[in-house]
Design a protein around this ligand. Structure first.
Ligand code: SAM
Length: 294
């Protein structure tokens, strides 16, 4: 059975290369591959439906599921008319923190004037896997949106008082997010933080020279380094029996290093995803083996 995999904007060629499929509708690929790294939303086992009119298409979609997002690959006018006849859901920017929407959101597109492709269930509760947040102007860079998106998707985040170690913290927008949640942040970078960012403590040094520490509830890395260097460092923490939840950005220079990405994925309780706020990078997370993320 095939799934539909939607590539993030600007990353369709990465997903095309990963899947090696030619069944493609702009950024959407149909493939029987499992869990590609570069998909931002998965359409679970989409089906083809024939319809006779705009009302008939909307009726058939309503019979399959209640909430739908139209993927405007082509025939945009007709698709919009059908979408207008489907139940409304708010797409207002979300205030953070917010709950992950509980209702399943389907995706659909027009194949031609009388045929559509639809999945009533997709991996993301957000249209096309893209949550939009009410943005503030406080943080020194837009990297904070990665954490807002991740925490909303996984439904968990550091609690007030949790000790977080964050490497590659400059200029400080992740530190800002974590501090706003009430966590105690040890920020590490060779570069300074923006003056308005005031973590619990700041270590200005090479982050990879740091040895594993006790009592760290969450470990974060958005450091500009090779995924291989990061993997060796994470392995050091795991060997030291760290129970920390881990959130790391894997940054690729040029080609995606699939071998290293798969090495990360082999770590127990972990997953790799492409957030819509990621660039040429993936986000790797590890839930501590007790199954609880604090
Ligand atoms: C993309 S920036 C991080 C942005 C940050 N997450 C934020 O929200 O503001 C990457 C950072 O990694 C830092 N970095 C790279 N290698 C490092 C190392 N070995 N030790 C400490 N910091 C490092 C760089 O100095 C840079 O500030």
């Amino acid at each position: 059975m095939k799934n539909g995999y939607l590539a993030p904007e600007g990353f369709a060629e990465q997903l095309a290369a990963e899947l090696g499929t030619t069944e493609r509708y702009d950024r959407l690929f149909l493939s029987s591959a499992k869990k590609p790294l570069w998909a931002q939303n998965t359409w679970i086992e989409p089906r083809i439906l024939s319809f006779s009119s705009v009302s008939d298409a909307a009726k058939k979609l309503r019979e399959l599921g209640s909430l739908w997002a139209f993927y405007p690959h082509q025939l945009v006018r007709k698709g919009s008319l059908i979408q207008e006849k489907l139940p409304y859901f708010s797409q207002k920017p979300l205030p953070f923190p917010c709950k992950r929407p509980a209702a399943p959101l389907g995706s659909w597109m027009l194949l031609d004037e009388k045929t559509l492709l639809a999945s009533p269930v997709c991996s993301s509760p957000f249209p096309h896997g893209e949550p939009h947040f009410l943005e503030t102007k406080v943080p020194p860079s837009r990297a904070y949106l990665k954490l807002w998106e991740l925490f909303t998707l996984i439904g968990t985040m550091p609690k007030p008082g949790d000790l977080c170690l964050e490497i590659g913290a400059s200029p400080g927008s992740w530190t800002w997010v974590l501090s706003q949640l009430g966590a105690r942040v040890i920020a590490v970078d060779r570069a300074p933080l923006a003056p308005e960012i005031t973590p619990h403590s700041f270590l200005r040094q090479d982050a990879f020279a740091l040895e594993p520490m006790q009592d760290i509830a969450w470990l974060f890395s958005d450091a500009a380094c090779t995924p291989e260097k990061l993997l060796r460092w994470v392995e050091k923490w795991l060997s030291a029996k760290s129970n920390a939840n881990m959130v790391c950005t894997l940054k690729f220079q040029g080609k995606t290093d699939y071998a290293i990405a798969r090495e990360f994925e082999k770590i127990e309780g972990s997953a790799t995803l492409h957030l819509s706020h990621n660039k040429h990078e993936l986000t790797w997370i590890r839930i501590n083996p007790s199954g609880k993320m604090n």
